[in-house]
Design a protein around this ligand. Structure first.
Ligand SMILES: *[C@@H]1O[C@H](CO)[C@@H](O)[C@H](O)[C@H]1NC(C)=O
Ligand SMILES: *[C@@H]1O[C@H](CO)[C@@H](O)[C@H](O)[C@H]1NC(C)=O
Ligand SMILES: *[C@@H]1O[C@H](CO)[C@@H](O)[C@H](O)[C@H]1NC(C)=O
Ligand SMILES: *[C@@H]1O[C@H](CO)[C@@H](O)[C@H](O)[C@H]1NC(C)=O
Ligand SMILES: *[C@@H]1O[C@H](CO)[C@@H](O)[C@H](O)[C@H]1NC(C)=O
Length: 494
């Protein structure tokens, strides 16, 4: 028999009422003291004083300013901030080395992803249940990257010439204008699909629209629900139109993919990423969004600094000539292109935080600080990447910054490659749970940008010389979704 039932049996109702009147404030006070008097300093509004909704809203609007304030005050240490989803302990990157070694059972990136993106509600919790996405991604996608590179190149050419930029006709002097963000999003959806489901399914309209709207619905659901109280979420979730659609989309995807899966199982399969997809569509689809931001940012940077286009063209031409055509080794040799993308990513980070983890077992840092179970931690990657201690003249776009660093450091230069992670650049995360798709994402982005640069001229509308400001909302940073970019096919003499 539970404690309160015992009490009820022996106490009159009134006494329970009085007791409750005393106990509830006492417990509340203890709880508040624990949180308010937390041993970590706080930046931004305290949800226990200003209200949770207020504090969240404040971060939603001023996330960048709050994080900058925190970075300046507690650069080498840590502080707590209420973000738009959970409260987070923001740690200095000086703790990276001790943290990266911890097992997933103690410091979990998956649990952080699921809790923060409301996995249970968006079928994203597949991420939680299997580590397949990272294993599969590491093995086949990397192992088969030579044939994959050819397939991606072919699909990029198709997607740009025949679909996204089909309005650009040969020999026309005029630029055709497109909103770069959605245009590239559709291109990436196609190129990504080529890798995930192969040809010809990657050209199937049903598949393409399912994959695209699945991503949008999943983001819609998590965006809507996280503003609600925990206990209301399952109820509200039931009535969200996006929920019904997600289930429909998964059913459609299954219908499309099952025959393919069967066929591959019997024929042995070629580049078999299907299992990966069906296990964890989210990873692939999230990658579309992230890769898209990378490509769009690089396009904006090239429009704003067209003087670098010629250098890139020369390099790409040299690499493809030397390799006798477009193949993986040609693409791997495009070091300036790699450097350009990395610098563009350094300046235009996709988010303010990285190294998001949830503490599943209490942990003690080297200096004795104890981080309690249930804490969400993160690192302020955006400000680390703009720290003059790591990057001289951090605000200046130096396209060959990483190229030169890697040349200066001789053989051991892989840390300056676009897809490598380092303490100073956490855009792809760090440690065991660093984004497993980053090799693939980097390959895909390089191919698309290289093909664009080689076959198209592009520019901002007349009169515009500067790239548009990125949109900051919450901890997310996005390149402008409406910026127009003009494209025309290059006249390739020869
Ligand atoms: C541990 O280091 C952090 C940052 O340097 C500091 O804020 C914290 O107070 C330290 N904790 C202890 C117990 O020394
Ligand atoms: C994810 O995994 C963690 C630890 O394994 C667990 O505590 C959590 O409840 C799981 N979440 C979901 C959505 O399954
Ligand atoms: C897409 O693929 C499915 C399954 O192979 C097929 O039934 C359908 O007709 C295709 N749709 C289009 C638009 O090609
Ligand atoms: C992609 O990322 C951007 C910026 O972080 C976000 O606003 C958007 O909701 C995400 N999802 C889609 C489907 O665009
Ligand atoms: C591709 O790369 C290899 C080096 O790995 C090279 O020998 C070959 O000639 C290249 N070109 C083509 C068109 O395959």
């Amino acid at each position: 028999m539970s404690c309160h039932k015992y009490a009820a049996a022996f106490m009159p109702k009134e006494a329970i009422g009085y007791l409750a009147c005393l106990l509830v404030p006492a417990i509340l006070w203890l709880y508040l003291r624990k949180i308010v008097g937390s041993k970590f300093p706080r930046v931004g509004k305290n949800p226990w004083i200003h209200g949770l909704a207020n504090a969240r809203n404040d971060f939603l609007k001023n996330g960048r300013a709050l994080t900058e304030e925190g970075y300046q005050k507690y650069r080498g240490s840590m502080y707590v901030v209420q973000t738009a989803d959970t409260e987070r302990l923001i740690l200095s990157n000086s703790f990276l080395d001790e943290l990266r070694a911890l097992p997933e059972a103690q410091l979990s990136s998956r649990a952080a992803q699921c809790d923060r993106h409301l996995g249970y509600h968006t079928t994203l919790d597949v991420v939680n249940q299997s580590s397949l996405h990272s294993d599969v991604c590491r093995a086949p996608l990397t192992k088969h990257s030579a044939p994959l590179a050819l397939a991606l190149y072919e699909e990029t050419q198709f997607a740009l010439t025949k679909v996204s930029l089909a309005k650009c006709v040969p020999d026309s002097e005029d630029y055709e204008y497109f909103s770069a963000y959605p245009m590239m999003m559709n291109t990436l959806n196609r190129v990504m699909s080529r890798a995930l489901v192969g040809y010809p399914m990657c050209r199937n309209k049903t598949w393409l629209s399912t994959a695209m709207s699945y991503t949008i619905n999943a983001f819609t659901i998590s965006g809507t629900l996280r503003d609600q109280y925990h206990f209301l979420r399952p109820i509200i979730y039931r009535f969200l139109p996006a929920r019904r659609e997600i289930y429909r989309q998964l059913a459609t995807a299954n219908q499309l993919l099952v025959p393919l899966l069967k066929e591959r199982a019997t024929t042995g399969g070629k580049i078999d990423n299907l299992q990966w997809l069906t296990d964890s569509a989210f990873i692939g689809l999230a990658a579309i969004n992230a890769s898209n931001m990378g490509v769009v940012n690089a396009i904006f940077d090239l429009c704003a600094m067209p003087e670098y286009i010629e250098t890139l063209r020369k390099e790409i031409e040299k690499c493809t000539t030397e390799a006798g055509g477009w193949n993986l080794s040609a693409i791997n040799n495009m070091e300036r292109l790699d450097s350009f993308l990395k610098e563009s990513q350094r300046i235009n980070h996709p988010g303010i935080f990285s190294f998001n983890r949830k503490v599943l077992k209490p942990l003690t840092l080297s200096n004795g600080s104890v981080i309690p179970k249930g804490t969400f931690i993160a690192m302020p990657t955006y400000f680390i990447a703009r720290d003059a201690e790591y990057y001289p003249s951090p605000e200046v776009f130096q396209p060959w910054r990483f190229y030169e660093k890697s040349k200066a450091n001789g053989k051991a230069n892989s840390q300056y490659q676009f897809c490598s992670t380092s303490r100073e650049n956490l855009a792809f995360g760090y440690g065991k749970s660093a984004c497993p798709g980053r090799f693939f994402a980097a390959l895909q982005m390089k191919i698309i940008l290289a093909d664009l640069v080689m076959r198209y001229d592009f520019k901002f509308p007349d009169g515009q010389t500067k790239r548009p400001e990125s949109d900051f909302a919450d901890e997310r940073i996005s390149p402008s979704k409406t910026q127009l970019v003009g494209f025309r096919l290059r006249k390739l003499a020869k």
